[in-house]
Structures are given as C-alpha cells and as structure tokens.
Ligand binder design. Structure first.
Ligand code: CP
Ligand code: NVA
Length: 308
C-alpha cells in the first residue's frame, strides 16, 4: 500500500532538496489523498507558519492539510510576535523547534530561510522566498499529471518574469526530464545559477530553452504558464515592468498558437488583463482553479513525508 516515505534531506527549501523518485512519490501520494484512497494521520502534530509576506492559498492550504492529517497549525504573525522586533532567526528557530514538529516560512531572502533551517531541529518548508516557490511547483506538476497522465512529451512554456515561480518550475521540470521553455524580456532572465543547476540535472541539454519571443515558445506547447510581472516586494518597479512586459500577456491569440489540448496555469493571485487576460483565465483550457486546489493535496502529501 502507498505510504509516506521519509525524505532524505528532511526539509523542503528548494526543489533541489528532493530527488526525482521523492518528487514522483509525493505526487502519487497527493493524487491518492485527493481521491480519498488513502488515510494518513499525524494526530496532535503542530506546524508553525511564519509569513513575512501576504498569502491566501499557501497559508490556508497548509492549515487545511494539517487539519486533515489530524494535526494543527500555529500562525505566527511577525507583527505580533517577537519576529517583527528583530529577534535573531537563530534564536526564533531554536525556540520554535521545541514547540512545533515542522515549520513553514514565507520570507524575502532565501538566505533567511536557510538560516532558519540551519538552526531548526525540525523540518523547514519553503512557503515562498524571492528565489523559489517549491510547494507551488508540486501543485503545478500534479495538475499537469492529472491532465496528461505522464510527463513524457509534455512541453511546458512559462511566459513572464524569470522569478521564484519560474525557478521552481525549471528545477522540477529538470527533475522530471520535461521540456521547459521560458519566454521573458532580456532584462528578466531566470537566475543563472538556477539555469546551471537545471542543466546539470537534465540528461539532455536541449530540454531547457530560454527565448524572448512568446510566439516561438508556445508553438507545440501543452502547458502555458504565467505569473505576475511584479512580485511581492517589487511594487515600486510596477510601472517600469508593466512597460517592459508589453507583448508577454497570455491572451486568446497566443493560446491559439499552442497545442489544441494545451492547458493554462497561473499560480495566482493574478492581475487580470495584465499577464493574462480575463478571457483566458476563465476559458475551457484553464486549469488554474484545479491547480489552486492541488496546493492542498500536495502539501498534505509533503507534510506526511516530512512527519514520517
Ligand atoms: N500561489 C500562492 O502562493 O498564493 P498565495 O500568495 O495566496 O499563498
Ligand atoms: N512571484 C509571485 C508569486 C506569488 C504567489 C510573488 O513572489 O509575489
């Protein structure tokens, strides 16, 4: 019977913390949890949540996932805890590890997340940093698996900013060996170290493509993905980025150039009629709300593995 497996690195700060086999297992567990074919209980376990940035999906899906496992969450609001006062991460991490069984953190600098993980004696999960959003990628690939059943021959095109969401897609895409194309303006390329790590994982060099032309990138694609052009913390760059990303919206015209059965994904929240048109978010190719639901199932699977 399918059961949670212990993850070798005992943390999930990056997609690079899990192997291909572990990733495939988490997706399979998530699928079974979603279909209610599996019952996993971790009664009385506690997940600590630290969110230095806003969240709807990540926060609520972690809370519901923990509750479905029979555990509970504690939401540490930085403004009402001593985190906002600037208590050193190494002190907070050591104290929280004595109360909680796991800690999920959304923060700005990835190095702060790594500092938490260094001092925590309990598994730490990345709930989004400026570098990666690995829990999002788990949901994205579960949604793709549900649609196409396996990853062979899937072409995933991400159109937009080479940001945290793009980085995790690139790394998970490399672990699964699927073709990933990124179409972005020259100024907004993904982080070179992420590209280099992905290329080291891919057995085939031609599977990761970076281009500046959305139309070339969607030709033959099965999955079209986008995210906001200005991420949290970049609000002051919004006007400039809105100009720089002109021509990089997913609209019906661009969608028609992809495969007929192509699905459209967006991690949400979206700026409707900016990076994606209203019409495309709500069209029949959109799986955006299934994708949002899948955050719950993959995180329940991830928590089960980290608690096992
Ligand atoms: N996609 C995502 O992480 O959404 P939230 O910011 O609402 O958590
Ligand atoms: N790139 C976005 C993702 C939000 C879920 C951000 O970091 O704000």
């Amino acid at each position: 019977m399918l059961r949670p497996i212990k993850l070798a690195n005992n943390k999930f700060l990056s997609c690079l913390d899990i192997s291909t086999e572990e990733l495939v297992h988490i997706l399979e567990l998530a699928k079974n949890l979603k279909n209610r074919n599996l019952n996993i209980e971790y009664k009385n376990k506690v997940l600590g949540l630290i969110f230095d940035k806003s969240s709807t999906r990540t926060r609520v899906s972690f809370q519901v996932a923990m509750s479905r496992l029979g555990g509970t969450t504690i939401d540490l609001n930085p403004t009402t805890s001593q985190i906002g006062r600037g208590e050193p991460i190494k002190d907070t991490a050591r104290v929280l590890s004595r109360y909680c069984d796991l800690i999920a953190i959304r923060t700005f600098n990835h190095s702060d997340l790594e500092e938490y993980a260094k001092w925590s004696t309990k598994p730490v999960i990345n709930a989004l940093t400026d570098l990666e959003h690995p829990c999002q990628s788990l949901a994205d690939f579960l949604t793709i698996k549900e649609e196409f059943h396996d990853f062979r021959n899937v072409v995933l095109t991400f159109i937009g900013d080479g940001n945290n969401v793009a980085h995790s897609l690139i790394l998970c895409g490399a672990l699964l060996g699927i073709e990933v194309r990124i179409a972005c303006p020259d100024k907004y390329l993904p982080n070179p170290s992420v590209i280099q790590k992905a290329r080291e994982i891919y057995k085939n060099d031609s599977l990761l493509k970076i281009t500046h032309d959305p139309y070339t990138a969607v030709n033959g694609a099965n999955v079209l993905y986008t995210d906001v052009w200005s991420s949290m913390g970049e609000e002051n760059q919004k006007d400039e980025k809105d100009k720089d990303f002109a021509g990089f919206s997913i609209d019906s015209h661009l969608l028609k150039k992809a495969n007929k059965d192509a699905i459209v994904l967006h991690c949400l929240p979206a700026y409707r009629n900016k990076e994606i048109t209203n019409e495309v978010i709500d069209c029949e190719n959109s799986r955006i709300f299934e994708q949002a639901e899948n955050r719950l199932h993959v995180q329940q699977a991830l928590l089960s593995c980290l608690l096992s």
